[in-house]
Design a protein around this ligand. Structure first.
Ligand SMILES: [Zn+2]
Length: 453
């Protein structure tokens, strides 16, 4: 087995990054510093994030290495992807005639290939590198039901530096034989994985119990997961909820005693803080009330909802309620890992009114962190948080940066009088992974595309 070298173990000298900085303070409030400074200390934490002149006046920059960003660069928090399937990377963007044939020919087939450890290794490496290339520094990830492939995924994330919440897929019914196991075996395997990985590297790797959804779970499995949840209250639970109407009908038939879909999870003690519910499209007001009261979180996956024609997430209602929610790429039903694309689809998915740009950027950063109960450590540049950030180069994308001949820095041109609306709008409508120049987790560089050291 290769020796694990953790990039986040590297020693770090305090460093100040000088240039335009943008981050969310809340769903409504965006902070833009045209000439800002992000001071990262030797622990990889944010020491300060201020206007450069303010930071200079404090005297804290003395003896600190300064890195000035080049023209057309912008510093933002690393993105949070709240819902993505590692084993589905290779079948992203494969359309079929209907949902069932898509599942059989692509999704289940792709997941079954993870019995092969070599395959699991190759796809894990590819997946975690691609997340970083896309600027996603934190991801809540579905794996497969294979014990060994789960271990390989954790080892790979540990080695590459990604911040993750993930776990073995738990399915004991209504799925191909290659992917189901008896409940008892799954419960034993997932608990052992949890004990090995949960909280590793100062909490960078976190474990989640992952019943795929109600349909692929027996009551025995759900009860067993409820019991694990009681015994390990700080471990996550990640599942799908209320994505499509036929799915809701199937849940009704399988669990006739339940008053609605949410009730199935509720009865087995699966709702609560640190429960991530992917999709949540067709939820009643009563279900939203209960999910909110339980402090559970919704992962909105607009690109996937478009692809599978699942329906429209109640974004404005969720924002009005101030529920915990963020965005998910849901690769492979969502075709791309880029959270820029997911933000844009989040906008396009709303057909009756324009979604506020600040809310979309928030959902992809601080909102996602809050929904994952990690806003005390990531999501924006409040002092004391771990420094997860990206350096973007606006020249990476057509229509974004001004032509060189204009001799004007694009960020300045788009933020006349300090207003950041046009800049944020361009990022959301035009952004993609080509903008991401470097990615940092806990102050250490985990990805570098180009020239900025
Ligand atoms: Zn999913």
């Amino acid at each position: 087995m290769p020796t694990v070298t953790n990039p986040l173990d590297a020693p770090l000298a305090p460093r100040a990054y000088r240039g335009p900085i943008m981050h969310s303070l809340s769903a409504e409030e965006l902070r833009f510093l045209p000439n800002g400074g992000l001071l990262v200390n030797a622990d990889g934490r944010v020491e300060a994030c201020e206007n450069w002149s303010t930071l200079q006046a404090t005297g804290r920059l003395e003896g600190v290495e300064v890195l000035s960003l080049p023209p057309d660069a912008l510093l933002v928090p690393g993105f949070v992807d709240m819902h993505v399937h590692l084993p589905q990377m290779e079948v992203a963007g494969c359309q079929e005639k209907n949902l069932l044939s898509w599942l059989e020919q692509h999704i289940f087939a792709a997941e079954a290939r993870f019995t092969d450890a070599n395959h699991a290794q190759n796809v894990s490496q590819w997946f975690f590198e691609e997340l970083l290339r896309n600027g996603t520094t934190t991801a809540a990830v579905f794996l497969t039901s294979h014990d060994e492939a789960t271990r390989i995924a954790f080892e790979t994330a540990e080695r590459l530096g990604n911040r993750v919440i993930m776990g073995q897929n738990l399915m004991d019914a209504n799925a191909p034989a290659a992917l189901v196991k008896p409940a008892e075996q799954l419960l034993q395997e997932t608990e052992a994985q949890c004990r090995q990985w949960h909280g590793r590297d100062q909490g960078r790797l976190q474990y989640a119990w992952i019943p795929r959804f109600a349909i692929t779970s027996t009551e025995e499995l759900l009860a067993g997961i409820g019991e694990l949840r009681r015994r390990y209250p700080d471990v996550y639970l990640h599942t799908h909820l209320s994505e499509q109407i036929p799915e809701i009908e199937a849940v009704k038939n399988l669990f006739p005693w339940a008053k609605d879909y949410t009730d199935v999870y509720e009865k087995f003690g699966l709702l609560g803080p640190r429960t991530i519910l992917a999709h949540g499209i067709h939820l009643s007001d009563d279900e939203l009330d209960r999910i909110q009261a339980a402090e559970s979180s919704l992962a909105h996956c607009p690109s996937s909802n478009f692809f599978l024609k699942s329906g429209r997430f109640r974004l404005f209602e969720i924002l009005r309620r101030k529920m915990r929610f963020g965005l998910g790429s849901d690769v492979g039903a969502g075709p791309e890992l880029s959270m820029f694309k997911v933000m844009k689809d989040g906008q396009f998915m709303q057909t009756e009114a324009l979604a506020p740009l600040n809310a979309l950027f928030y959902a992809a950063t601080l909102g996602g962190a809050k929904a994952l109960f990690q806003d005390d450590r990531i999501g924006n540049f409040e002092p004391g948080k771990e420094a997860d950030f990206l350096i973007l180069d606006l020249r990476g994308k057509t229509c974004m940066a001004l032509p060189n001949a204009s001799q004007q820095d694009t960020v300045s041109a788009l933020t006349v009088e300090g207003g950041s609306h046009a800049l944020l709008s361009k990022l959301i409508y035009l952004g993609d992974e080509r903008l991401v120049q470097s990615g940092f987790i806990r102050g250490r560089r985990v990805y570098q595309a180009g020239l900025i050291p």
